[in-house]
Ligand binder design. Sequence first.
Ligand SMILES: [Zn+2]
Length: 330
Amino acid sequence: MAAATIHSFKKPTNITTEQVVCVCGSHRLIDLGECRTPGLSRCSEFEHQVSTQVAPGRLYRCLNCHLGLRLPRPNDAVIASLYETLPANRWHKAAVEGSAQHYLIKRLRNRHREPLSILDIGAFDGSFLAAIPNGFSKSAIEPSDAAADLKKNGIMVLKPFLKPAKDVEAGQYDIVTMFDVFEHLADPLEGMRSAMSYVRPGGKLFVGTGDMDHWSWRQTQGTHWYLDPIQHLAVGSRKHFRWQSTQLNASSCRIFAFSHQPGTLGQRCSQALTTIYFGAKRRGGISRGLVRLMNHFRVFRQNAGKDAMPYTQQLHDHLLAEYTRAELGK
Ligand SMILES: [Zn+2]
């Protein structure tokens, strides 16, 4: 087996290991440091207990497909135990103003008078599908107990987990959506192929997730808030989703920036400065001078004892990738 080449973020060094490999098969990975201790924020007591017993792994970025990966990943039994115990709304709130879901709902309402068929992968509590116009034919893939409620509301639940479309499902949907799911996939390349298999030629696949090309990742790397949930196994990026375009036989790929939560300009400025503060803390060295300077302000000084940044969900560190599936014969 070929030896792996791992580069540190700024000064590439060669380290020989056969353990570190991307899902695309490449061993050319950038090491972005140890992942933050997971489960410190915004989770249940059970999630916190499980998360802190699991090695957080390190954050890598593939130089071939530009995917971010947590390696080693927690084993499947740990991840399964967390999904079994979490409520359907753990990951997903109603589509709020300014979110990618809200953007797509408005677009479907305004531009598509004719009824379309839509499949939402990871429909959670169904809040996104509920906001889609009534004339649409709605289907879902959802593993949680919420699937029963989706059926009661007239939504066809195809299966609990994302798998390649069966013959009768393949190419049947005008629109397939996948919000806040990509980062949970152990193999995002297989997952994206599976998602696209449901889209009809000329139809659309929309994927909403975190964007590792956002500047906040360069500051904080493995300590980024997005790695707080241990269930976040992969991080997409603009570059990765453009790379995926060829793999998915898409005729077009457009990418839009969003925040995970709506926020004011003041909140975003505050969160940007907080991100810079934690970036300086992580780098150490001459950046310690910036930390000392910022510690003169109480708003930053209160973070002095923390190792990892708080959630900064008002920054535009999420994206929506829109693919059009190529027509047959193209
Ligand atoms: Zn890769």
